[in-house]
Design a protein around this ligand. Structure first.
Ligand code: PEP
Ligand code: MN
Length: 341
């Protein structure tokens, strides 16, 4: 349920509404826009609450939210969520490039990649240190050593860094090195992990589960939001279908549909979805044209020797081509572009 306050309502009116709701044992989430304040109410709402709230001073209207994802739905919030990390914003007009190796392997590999992607306009550096792998015999990441290398590269090239966290126990530790926490597709419904990242003061990049519907994905986001963390970015990374020619099937319709349903930013991962480097540029361009707030792309100095997902990694040269073409597409559809630094 949302309580929409009148344009002229006072701070005291808002405070009184908040107290009344909390008195019923319900959660309050405030959303303040330039023109109106919306008070989101979450919990088991009894039928008498709506008429009770309608009578309170300063209340314009009370509306029931039919969607199960109460905090993630557009109805709940005034305007868009813009996530900010170290001066980089995601969710506005300007599409953001997040780039870097799938896995942190060596300091040289990450530093070299950071230098190139930064020069080409990427704003955020990616790199996995804890890798959830389908096979236990695959490279599973450098762990804490990987986090240190990634953080050092972020410092050196003045880029915020994003990396995956795979267990609730590690959330605080990973958050001490990373500017944004990634929840991978395999953990998209690990509810204890979602609860844990809901309690930290760092943005969360939430991949879509490869068999999650939009509703399940937004409900995963709801775990993080209801935990108190409002900085969630959704990432379409492909779903499993009957088609074997790509690693997963990229669902680009997710971009406009999620934008219609939710105020949260949405980006696309063309690397993990397609699994092939030569498909990364076309899908990135399509994602931006479809309205995505950004892309997250695997880049490696020497994809042939990558310890993880080399087939989908862009070489430096191919990343340069992508960034040039991405700027052209963004300009063609009148979206501002990240300037090359
Ligand atoms: C990744 O981005 O490193 C990754 C493992 O992605 P996903 O969870 O989408 O497979
Ligand atoms: Mn990968």
């Amino acid at each position: 349920m949302i309580v929409v306050m009148k344009a002229g309502s006072t701070d005291l009116d808002i405070e009184n509404v908040r107290k009344r709701i909390e008195g019923h044992g319900l959660q309050v989430h405030l959303s303040q826009g330039a023109e109106r304040t919306v008070i989101g109410v979450v919990g088991h709402i009894h039928s008498g609450l709506q008429p009770e709230m309608e009578l309170m001073p300063g209340v314009a209207e009370v509306v029931r939210i039919s969607k199960p994802f109460k905090l993630a739905t557009r109805e709940f919030k005034v305007g868009e969520t813009i996530v900010e990390l170290d001066g980089v914003t995601i969710g506005g007009e300007d599409p953001v490039m997040i780039a870097g190796p799938c896995a942190v392997e060596t300091e040289e590999q990450v530093m070299a990649t950071a230098e190139v992607v930064k020069a080409q306009g990427a704003k955020i550096l990616r790199g996995g240190a804890f890798k959830p792998r389908t096979s236990p015999y695959s490279f599973r990441g450098l762990g804490v050593q990987g986090l240190k290398i990634l953080a050092a590269a972020g410092q050196e090239y003045d880029m915020p860094v994003v990396t995956e966290v795979v267990t609730p126990e590690d959330v605080g530790m990973v958050a001490s090195y990373a500017d944004m926490l990634q929840i991978g597709t395999r953990n998209a419904q690990n509810f204890n992990l979602l609860d844990a990242v809901g309690k930290v003061d760092k943005p969360v990049l939430l991949k879509r589960g490869f068999s999650s519907s939009y509703e399940e994905w937004l409900l995963a986001a709801e775990y993080v939001l209801s935990g108190g963390n409002s900085q969630v970015i959704l990432c379409e990374r492909g779903i499993r279908t009957f088609e074997p020619y790509t690693r997963f099937t990229v669902d680009l319709a997710a971009v406009p549909v999620i934008k219609k349903l939710s105020h949260l930013p949405i980006i696309v991962d063309p690397s993990h979805s397609t699994g092939s480097w030569d498909l990364v540029t076309p899908i990135s361009l399509a994602a931006i044209a479809a309205g995505a707030h950004g892309i997250i792309v695997d880049v490696h100095p020497d994809p042939a020797t990558a310890k993880c997902d080399g087939a989908q990694a862009l070489s430096f040269e191919n990343f340069c081509t992508l960034s040039t073409q991405m700027r052209a597409v963004a300009e063609a559809i009148s979206r501002a572009t990240a300037a090359t630094s």
